[in-house]
Design a protein around this ligand. Sequence first.
Ligand SMILES: Cc1cc2nc3c(=O)[nH]c(=O)nc-3n(C[C@H](O)[C@H](O)[C@H](O)COP(=O)(O)O)c2cc1C
Length: 156
Amino acid sequence: MNQSLFKEICSTFPTGVTIITSKKDNIDYGFTANSFTSVSLSPLLVLFCLDKNAKSNEALNKNEFFIVNVLSKTQEKVCFQFANSELSPKERFENISTKISKKGIKIISNSCSFIECKIKEKFDGGDHYIYIGECINGEINDEIKDPLIYHRGKML
Ligand SMILES: Cc1cc2nc3c(=O)[nH]c(=O)nc-3n(C[C@H](O)[C@H](O)[C@H](O)COP(=O)(O)O)c2cc1C
């Protein structure tokens, strides 16, 4: 199968959209990810996949922390700001309202929910790394009901 058919078939599977935020040497990192999924209940594990060339790899080492911010329908612009590889880590957070987590990572305001995790494992996954995180805390924003959904290259 060729790459474009593979991508098109994968795009027929609707997903939510997250921004994975992290921090290293006082620099905040963030990127848009739809590869997030829950993995295990005991222990509480999640995973996401990240391109091996992505800047956020700098900040994602074993025992460091990251936040999974689950985006709401109102956050399409935020989604594309954090998917823009021409923006520096600092520029991605411009005009974005945030608060700080227990472990010092930026949480993106107006998201549906967030989970804070500690990195347990990093596996090779072709041109991506597969990161496994253990969840340590999180919160649901009850005021926000509608998630951002990605399907066939469009936001729903
Ligand atoms: C809806 C959507 C989902 C994405 N999901 C992922 C993902 O799961 N993993 C990934 O590596 N890149 C994903 N990307 C692309 C990254 O957000 C984008 O390449 C980002 O610029 C990576 O950061 P970098 O500039 O540090 O490489 C996604 C982009 C969009 C618009």
